[in-house]
Every structure is written in C-alpha cells, then in structure tokens.
Design a protein around this ligand. Structure first.
Ligand code: ZN
Length: 342
C-alpha cells in the first residue's frame, strides 16, 4: 500500500431499499431466486461506486450479499441446523434466537468466493474482505455437539482458513476477521481465541486483519457501552498477545469511544485501522474531527502503519448518513496527509 493513510471501512454498508429493509439488522431480502442474485450484484456495484466517489482507498463489497456478518457464513456450513433454534445470550449482552450445532462442522462449498471474484472484476483498487472470527461465530450459536467453545472455534477456524485461501486466490488483498467477542471474553481470547485466529490465517500470503469493536450502533450495544464507565480498557487485556501474533493489521474503535488512546502502544509494530467514524450516531463527523482522532493515534502509531477506518460496520445507518461519513473519513485523512507531507 503506497498511499499514506489509506482509508477503508470496517465492513458493512447500507443496502439499497429495493434489496432489503433499510436500517435493520438481519433484514430479510426483498427479492428471490435469480432476481436476488442479480440484485445483490447490482447492490455490490453501487456500494463500490459510493466508496469510490468518496475516495476510499481500500474498497469492499459493503457486505451487500450477506444478511448478517456471522450468520450468512454459518448458513453455508455442514453441521448446523437452522430450523432447530435456541435462545442464547450474545456477548453477554442480548438474547437472540440462534441455530444449533448438531454434527461435525465442515465446509463443502465456498461462501463468498464468487462475490469476491465479482468485486475483483469491478476494480483494480486494493480490496478487503471480512469474515466472522471463530470466537464470535461460537458466540452466535447453540452447541449441541462439541459441547466445548474452544473445540467448536477450532473447527470454525479450519473452515474459515479454507474460505480465506480461496478468497486470496480470487484476488483479495486483505482478509479481515471480525472478532467483537474479543472485547468480552478476555480469558478465552488469551487461552484459545488468538490461537484459533492463527489457525484461520495459516498459510495465507495476503495481509490479514482482525476487527475488534464495541459493536454496531444498536440499542443493546449502546446500553452496554454506557455500563463500561469512563475508561474502556478492554483492549488492554488482549493486545499484548495480539501484538505477538502473526495478524498484520488490528482494526479498532477510537472516535467517540472511551478507549484510552495510549493503549495503542501495546500493539506497537502492527498496522492499525483506526476507527475515526462513530457508527452509533447519525451525526456526520466533520473532516476536522476525523483528523483530530487520527492525530491522537499518530502519537502511538507510525504514519506508514496507520489506516483511517470506521469504528464498525454502517449497515444499520441510512445511505445518506453513510455516504456523508465515508466522505468525512476521506477528507479528514487528507488533512492529516497534508500535514505529514508539509
Ligand atoms: Zn465492528
């Protein structure tokens, strides 16, 4: 990556109103069969174009072909029963009806590889592809087979690794694993979470990232954040081990969060995707606000390792707001780029 401070998003972007109900998670598709296949591709094109118009440097599919960042991947695996659902507590925060693991996990077909090839055909820009992380997948299921979070995560890591290798072959430049669960289950992260992540990236030549955030801007998450006090030190528990891992990039929530910025010191040497856009508010940041967050991060991250980004996905926002935030991110990065080259 030659551009200084290359911008990207954490992942999801709003879907067009004709494809799925806007501003909703797990929104059902409005099309079926062939229309749905075509509709998803058209939405991916639109999402790419919106990123390009805003000047985003590392583009993505905006997660237009998936209903949810975890469930869609799991739906394609063997061993999971989507009919037999159980209610579980997700990340110790809210209850959700989730599928059941009833047999060994395996991946007999690719999940996103065709979508990634399609995106690759549309652009020569670097592309980033998000996959759920093994620990976060475990946290979104009821396990009636392995009866061990660690064992189930390891099986998911193997399936993710198969998918990641095919995504790399399809021309993806950065593969990102979304692990919001890393902000909750610290002991498990250090005991087996990071090991599973290493298994998921085994043998990859492309760059790899892990995204650890405080979640989408939905009520369960914003209520949880209010309970975290004035200093959010969750990252402190997992950074030391992540710093020693072979993950190349760490994607974090920074803007409007109570994360003490000096915690970035703990991942010294890693590339950092610094969240400079708050996804939990419709207020569009000014470029100057974005620049201020980036300047804070620059105290602890070398300029050639800093990647301006969003705090999390923007799927639950309106398209107008998301477009505004993409432009603000790019404009804020441009301010700091100018300062650095002066
Ligand atoms: Zn996130």
């Amino acid at each position: 990556m030659k551009t200084l401070l290359p911008t990207s998003t954490a992942g999801s972007l709003p879907k067009p109103v004709w494809l799925a109900q806007p501003e909703t998670l797990w929104s059902p598709w409005k099309l079926t069969d062939r229309e749905l296949t075509e509709g998803k591709q058209d939405a991916l094109r639109l999402s790419l174009q919106e990123q390009q118009q805003a000047g985003i440097d590392i583009v993505s599919d905006g997660e237009q072909t998936r209903q949810h960042f975890v469930t869609t991947f799991i739906e394609h695996l063997n061993g999971v029963d989507f009919e037999n659902r159980k209610t579980v507590r997700i990340r110790d925060r809210y209850d959700a009806s989730v599928p059941t693991v009833f047999a060994p996990i395996s991946r007999s077909k690719s999940v996103f590889v065709e979508d990634a090839k399609f995106l690759r055909q549309q652009t020569d820009q670097p592309i980033k592809w998000a996959l759920p992380g093994p620990m976060t997948m475990v946290d979104t299921l009821y396990d009636d087979h392995y009866k061990s979070r660690k064992k189930l995560a390891w099986e998911f890591a193997k399936a993710l690794n198969e998918e990641a290798k095919e995504l790399e072959a399809a021309g993806v430049d950065i593969i990102q694993f979304d692990e919001p669960a890393f902000n909750v289950f610290f002991e498990d992260v250090n005991e087996w979470g990071i090991a599973c992540l290493e298994r998921a990236i085994e043998g990859l030549q492309c760059e790899t990232a892990v995204h650890i955030c405080y979640g989408y801007g939905i009520k369960a998450n914003t209520d949880w954040k209010k309970s975290l006090g004035t200093e959010w030190r969750q990252y402190e528990a997992v950074f030391p081990k992540l710093q020693k891992s072979s993950i190349d990039i760490i994607s974090l929530e920074c803007h409007n969060s109570q994360v003490p910025i000096e915690l970035l010191e703990l991942i010294c040497g890693k590339k950092v995707m610094v969240g400079a856009i708050d996804v939990a508010t419709d207020l569009v940041e000014t470029p100057e606000e974005v620049a201020a967050t980036l300047r804070q991060a620059l105290k602890y991250v070398d300029a050639d390792k800093l990647y301006p980004c969003t705090n999390c996905g923007m799927a639950p926002l309106s398209r107008d707001v998301a477009r505004g935030k993409l432009s603000a991110l790019q404009a804020g990065a441009a301010i700091v780029r100018r300062e650095l080259s002066a």
